[in-house]
Structures are given as structure tokens and as C-alpha cells.
Design a protein around this ligand. Sequence first.
Ligand code: FMN
Length: 293
Amino acid sequence: MAGVNDPIFRAICKRMGADLTYTEMVSVKGLEYGNKKSADMLMIAEEEKPVAVQLFGKDPKSLAEQAAAIESQYSEDIALIDINMGCPVRKIAGKGEGAALMKDQKLAQTILSNVVKSVTLPVTVKFRKGFELDDDIALDFAKMAEQCGVAAVAVHGRTAKQFYHGESDRETAARVKQAVSIPVIASGDVFSQKDIDYYLDNCGVDAVMVARGARGNPWIFAGIEPTIEQRVNIAIEHTKGLARLLPNRLPSMRKHIAWYFKGMPHAADVRRSVNDCHSTEDYIALLNKVLTW
Ligand SMILES: Cc1cc2nc3c(=O)[nH]c(=O)nc-3n(C[C@H](O)[C@H](O)[C@H](O)COP(=O)(O)O)c2cc1C
């Protein structure tokens, strides 16, 4: 998840039981222009290796070149290259990238076959049920991707126009699974072990992608309900890890800490106090104080 999946958080999720973690989606244009923010997104923590790297863009040549460059630079630190064709936000889809590629299957096809040819790593693609509100084109899209040689597909059962509203249609993943013979990863409304089991048992998919359900709750991968002490300890580990590896992302601990204590008796106090935190020491002092509340 963009803005959420930093390497420290991903390493925590992996330790809790996630089989595979993904980088935030990285702009190939950003990489080409030498943008520091994009390069930082390729930072990989030791404990999470091998990670899935997700790229987005719309130029087949750029995507293929960047995928090849990443493969040669990171080699065994990477499990696969995933191409984002599901992001609905205007900044991305409005430029023909992300979910907008579902509106141009020919271009999507060129991108996927070019990337598949450019690397030896497995290539996967993530997309949605469709673009327009009532689209239902995931099956066609998945078959097209399979023909391009992708190793697996991940599908979110909402259309781009639905954004994150309403319920994700779980049957989309089940139908895609019937339509292709490569592994299918299901995404959409995964907030508990029950949701994970539903996808695995009733939709027959090969894997389940946890997104919003992991924010502040990496324990979803361990199937446990954390104590306050565990929440504090993980929040401290996350804060110290970011301070060490990516200090410019320390301010994101404000939202992470709010998520770690969401639904807890002192959640509102934590949310208020975390806004006054500016340094690693401020965050740690607050987290230690939470233990005394
Ligand atoms: C803040 C945020 C950032 C996201 N960033 C990405 C991303 O970078 N790449 C991606 O494939 N999906 C991204 N997603 C979509 C999720 O991977 C997932 O498909 C979607 O949230 C539906 O699953 P959920 O209902 O279980 O959250 C993002 C979602 C959110 C809420």
C-alpha cells in the first residue's frame, strides 16, 4: 500500500506470518528521472527478503527497462515483479497509468509481454473487476495476462470507479480462478482470518492479499489479538526502524501509531498526542506513556 508499506512495516508483517510482502507501487518515470522518493521505495529490509516489487507506468519500454534494471541490481532480494493495473486515484489513472490500463487492454498486453520478456523473475499483475462502475472484465483481463506469460494475477473485486466504496465482489476472484490456470491472488475487504478463510475455502483462490486490514494490525498474519504491550513494542520497533533506515518517513509514524491503537480505550488520546510528536524520542516517550494509562 502506497504511503503505508515501508520496509520496516513489511518486515514486521513477514515476521508475523505474511508469506510475501510488496513494496509500495513505484513509478517507473520516477526511477527514470532519478527521483529520490521512488528510489527509497526500493529499499528492502534484510528480514523481508525476498520482496515483491510493484511498478506502475504506461510506457511498455520504460517498464521493461526498469524491471530489468531492478532485477540486475537486486537479484535474489526480489521474489517477483508486479505491475499495477488497479490503482484508481486520479493522479495515476488520470494519466493513463494504474487502473486506466484496464480501459486499454492492447496497451496492457504490450506492457505485460514486454516486461515478461525483459526479466527472468516471475512477473505478476494486479488489477480490478473493471474500470467503469458496472464493468465486469476481470476474466478477459486475466486471460489476456495469462497469455502474456505472467506467473500469477491478483484481482480486487471493485471497479476503479467504485474506488473503495461498497463491498468488494468476492465472486470476481472465484470466477477468475475458474478462467485461468495460473495462481490467483484475491484482494478486497480482508479484515480478519474469517475473510481470508472465505477466499481460500469458498473462492478457491491460491493466496489472499491483506491490505487495509494490516494497517496497525500486522497480527492479522499471526491470527492473534495483541495486548497493549505488544502494540507498544511493535510501534516502538517500527519507529526505531524508520528512524534508522528512512528518517524522512518518520512523520508517517503519526498515522501508524494511531492505527496501532485504533479501537483501544485510549485511542483518542493517542491520536491527539501523536500530533505533538516530532522526533524519535517524542514517539517513544508517548508509546511508553501509553503503557501507564
Ligand atoms: C492507502 C492505500 C494504498 C494502496 N496502495 C496500493 C499500491 O501501492 N498497490 C496496489 O496494488 N494496491 C494498493 N492499494 C489497494 C490494496 O492493495 C487493495 O487491493 C485494496 O485496498 C482492497 O483491499 P482491502 O479492501 O482489503 O483493503 C492501496 C490501498 C490503500 C487503501
